[in-house]
Write a protein that binds this ligand. Sequence first.
Ligand code: COA
Length: 317
Amino acid sequence: MKIIGTGSALPEKEVSNDMLAGFLDTSDEWISTRTGIHTRRLLSSDNLGDLAITAAKAAIESAGVNVNDIDYIICSNVANNYVTPSLSTIIQGGLGDECSSPCMDLNGACAGFLYAIDIAEAFLATDRAKNILIVCAEEPTKFCDWHERETSVLFGDGAGAVVVTGGDNLLARRVTAKSLKDVIYYKRPLENTPYDRSSQDQKTLVMKGHDVFRMAVRSSMNDINTLLEEQHVNPDDVKYYLLHQANMRIIDSIREHLNQPVEKFPTNLQRYGNTSSASIPILIDELVRGGKIQEGDLLMLSAFGAGFVTGGALMRW
Ligand code: COA
């Protein structure tokens, strides 16, 4: 498998830490020292479907393929306005009538991009598809209670996309899951029925921050070390470690464990916050468009999220 095109799109509305401190009991100092986040983008008059379509079109254009060359769309999304139809079918509609590929959504939480890579690789390897569009589109700011400072300051909305095709650039990948319902969750109500009235059971995002922090560092280290060992790669030979953009201190801790220089850990969480599964493809798109990733570069990707799920990939650009 190899990535042949990238794209991303962010909401227009930029919200600084100081703006949050205007209505929450928080401060720029607390947020930036605890997380590294300074501003984030939030959907306001724009919507997630349009953002996903913009990112998808940019990825297809940079891949140099036609819309009718896309023969599968995988969308990574935790939740959005539409429970059904899937966001991937909404993206397909936005690409125009020439696109008639099958579509699927997957919920791999913040590791969704790595889960999508894993599935896409299997489809390509078995000739189920030739060009797959992966779009990670997320609006986690809408899971939060905006009266609660613990969660709402951490997230941002956004979309990142790639087009993948056959190739041997994906050297190794790894996905894991361990059912842990209480460390991070968000419950939406369904309709009550005459037989089940439990649907009032709604809960905005709940997170045990310390537990997630510890599990994030431990699981990412485990995925990265496993992939390096499996492929007999020295950590020094990796050009960039592209980690889920959740918290600068998590990234710093992983970097210190790996004993690697800060330049190898590009970040954008300062500007966008945690955009869930969109964070790594947005980062990749920015690095590619900025000329920072070159052909032949060795990249390590690693993410973790609610579930608890994790994913990693070692790839040559
Ligand atoms: N502003 C000011 N104070 C805040 C605050 C905010 N936005 N959010 C929490 N606090 C307070 C708490 O109420 C608590 O106060 P108390 O000690 O009086 O009870 C205190 O700050 C907690 O501080 P601390 O223990 O130092 O926080 P932390 O170092 O664990 O950082 C997180 C908190 C959430 C930033 C950190 O745990 C984290 O990033 N965890 C991982 C989260 C994550 O990545 N989630 C996404 C997974 S995909």
